[in-house]
Design a protein around this ligand. Sequence first.
Ligand code: AMP
Ligand code: GLY
Length: 424
Amino acid sequence: MNILILGAGGREHAFALKLSQSKKVNQLFVAPGNAGTAAIAKNIDVNVTDFKSIKSLVLKEGIDMVIVGPEVPLVAGIHDFFLADDALKKIPVIGPKKDGALLEGSKDFSKQFMKSHNIPTAKYQSFTKDNLAEGKTFLESLQAPYVLKADGLAAGKGVLILNSIDEAKNELEEMLSNNKFGEASSTVVIEEFLDGIELSVFVLTDGQHYKILPSAKDYKRIGEGDTGLNTGGMGAISPVPFANDDFLLKVEQQVIKPTIQGLQEDGIDYTGFIFIGLMNINNNPFVVEYNVRMGDPETEVVIPRIESDLLDLFEGVAHKNLHEKSFSLNPKTAATVMLVSGGYPENYEKNKKISGIEKVENSIVYHAGTNQKNGEIITNGGRVMAITSLGNTIHEALEISYKSIENIHFDKMNYRKDIGFDLV
Ligand code: AMP
Ligand code: GLY
């Protein structure tokens, strides 16, 4: 089969590397891809939301399946675009249609969905600028810290957690009346703060059947000890030791089953990944958010633990016979550490030469923001590469990654030296 992966990050490199090992894959394409995907697939310089150019590419290269990495093209309706086009409609797209993508594209929608299907989550109410005053009154009924969420996609920046009521009221007004996050914050979800430990569980579904993929924990803050600004993710560990069998059974019974059933009841034919962000409170799961894709850098620890053919699972999604498929997992722990550009997540420079990747022997180097220029690999983003290792313990996996990182250099390279600090 000829496969097209859409996206350009570490997640897409991890998909590409895994699929490049499948006997069923003939040609692999990544659009737009990075320097890592260029080494194992053909990169095509097409934007993930340029559906017309994607159509030309798919028809020209005889693509048999499209795997969508990021949420933006899903929320924009790439799957619906394929279904509406006579030349494309038979080509499976791994990723939900617009209606399913709303689970990530609208916080208000996802909260309503959870509420109507009795899925445990924080209590909430939604507000627009027409009922700003009620929003402020609702804030007064809650206790600090206050959680405000822009309804729409805001590149991971739309959630504010505030300690003071005055600040919370102010920010609510900024979001609703002054378009702090543009159109995304024309509706704001205010919710109860959940005090627990966070982790994520990943599900692949064909709309009726599902497979539960390994759990993972990511480290979102830029600074050690989970301090400083939020990033896309600075590292991840899989499996998560505190996600024991008892907890995971509750996740399946209380969250995963009602989610799949709820989608069916609501007439949403969902095909693809569901990333369930959870808070573990006294060994009980509460949903913090749904994403309609895999996480990044969680993919860089989940995928390397899957031993069997990933394409086989994707075919199960495409043909709605996922229940006939099985997969095997490596019981070892995977740890990944993100190397980022100095200054990230604020301003940073690009085009720095990266050296030493070839010296890494015991880890997988997943490229994220990298590019090729005159035969050299250069930085091309905030998150530059994820260094993943497998070990018998978290400690061992991390030790291998940190040892590998000693080989890699670029100007102003930064990374967290304490990934997994709360787990070991
Ligand atoms: P979200 O985009 O909804 O995942 O929110 C981003 C981050 O904010 C989450 O990963 C949590 O760390 C935090 N967060 C979101 N909602 C809550 C909540 N209700 N209670 C505590 N933390 C939250
Ligand atoms: N690492 C968090 C995310 O992919 O949303």
